[in-house]
Design a protein around this ligand. Structure first.
Ligand code: BDR
Ligand code: CA
Length: 317
């Protein structure tokens, strides 16, 4: 099978980490670079987490440190969801190699330049790196096959009433990405809050029996507690949707829509304003993912975890 080259860009983050578990296990994808961004935690923490996740999963692509703050917005972090480290829970391995010396956006540009074919960017954090790449190197747009993001939502937010965390963190970056004229897939809260993993699923995940399955179960044990307090019936494990919509579209339902980013609203800054009923005469610019078959999502996770059988790396107790 011919693999599709991808760049992973995220702010790990428990659900970013699980997104990367899926990406590394999938025979359709060839991970060319991993880039961190400030979001769930500071850039120092998300970069360290990204580096350790790559060691855990055997992702050999270079790992580079991305943007340390949004383009103009004030940074916020989500320690309430992801803990002090940004990836609280089970012990993790120390990085097995140095970070790539290039800044994240330069690594992305290098991968695009050197790739014989267009590369997909899977972005599961604030869109700061992607927007900076587009504005700094507009000529490389033709080397981007698609941008697949977790962010936004048609009907509601999760950080503010109308704004989802990744978009709220850097709305100016999101605006640049949504106006880039590139193929764009948005996995917003409409779908990702249906990508629930509940404590009833944990034994099945653990029963895969390898180190990665034990660590993923440990991440979920940490990650489900805060949403359960908020009244969710499990953990909304958002970010893997941005990977799986590209590899397993059959478990999702999508709609083409015009979506813009609110930059000004007193109550709505960072909202993704989606023309759900086709009121405007703007052409659809986004494939919006609306629904997921949750049972199949869990089946795919169990299947992906089995890929790591036989892999065991020392962790830092
Ligand atoms: C998004 O925000 C982060 O906390 C998660 O990693 C996910 O990317 C959900 O709103
Ligand atoms: Ca994320």
């Amino acid at each position: 099978m011919k693999k599709r080259p991808v760049i992973l860009d995220g702010d790990p983050g428990h659900d970013d980490a699980i997104a990367w578990v899926f990406a590394q296990a999938d025979p359709q994808l060839d991970i060319k670079a991993v880039v961190s961004v400030a979001g769930n935690q500071t850039i120092v923490k998300t970069t360290r987490n990204a580096h350790r996740i790559c060691t855990l999963l055997g992702i050999e692509a270079p790992v580079a440190r991305g943007a340390s703050r949004p383009i103009t917005a004030d940074p916020v972090t989500a320690g309430n969801w992801h803990g002090e480290s940004g990836l609280d829970g089970p012990p993790m391995p120390e990085p097995d190699r140095p970070l790539c010396p290039l800044p994240g956006v330069e690594l992305m540009a290098k991968v695009l330049r050197e790739s014989p074919e267009p590369v997909m960017i899977i972005a599961t954090g604030p869109l700061t790196n992607v927007a900076t790449l587009l504005t700094t190197y507009p000529s490389l747009k033709s080397k981007i096959a698609r941008i697949s993001i977790m962010g936004g939502g048609v009907t509601h937010g999760n950080w503010k009433p109308a704004a989802e965390f990744n978009i709220f963190e850097d709305p100016e970056a999101a605006w640049i990405v949504f106006h880039a004229g590139l193929p764009l897939t948005m996995c917003g809260l409409d779908v990702t809050e249906k990508a629930l993993i509940t404590p009833d699923d944990f034994p099945r995940i653990l029963s895969v029996g390898n180190q990665t399955a034990r660590i993923v179960e440990g991440w979920l044990q940490f990650f489900y507690r805060f949403p359960m307090q908020l009244g969710y019936s499990g953990a909304p494990v958002h970010d893997p949707c941005a990977v799986l919509i590209q590899t397993h579209p059959e478990i999702f339902r999508t709609r083409e829509m015009y979506v813009d980013i609110e930059l000004e609203g007193e109550y709505t800054r960072g909202a993704t304003v989606a023309d759900f009923r086709g009121y405007s005469d703007m052409k659809p610019n986004v494939t919006v993912v609306m629904d997921i078959d949750r049972e199949k999502y869990i089946d795919l996770l169990v299947e992906a975890l089995a890929f790591y059988d036989g892999r065991e790396v020392p962790v830092n107790e």
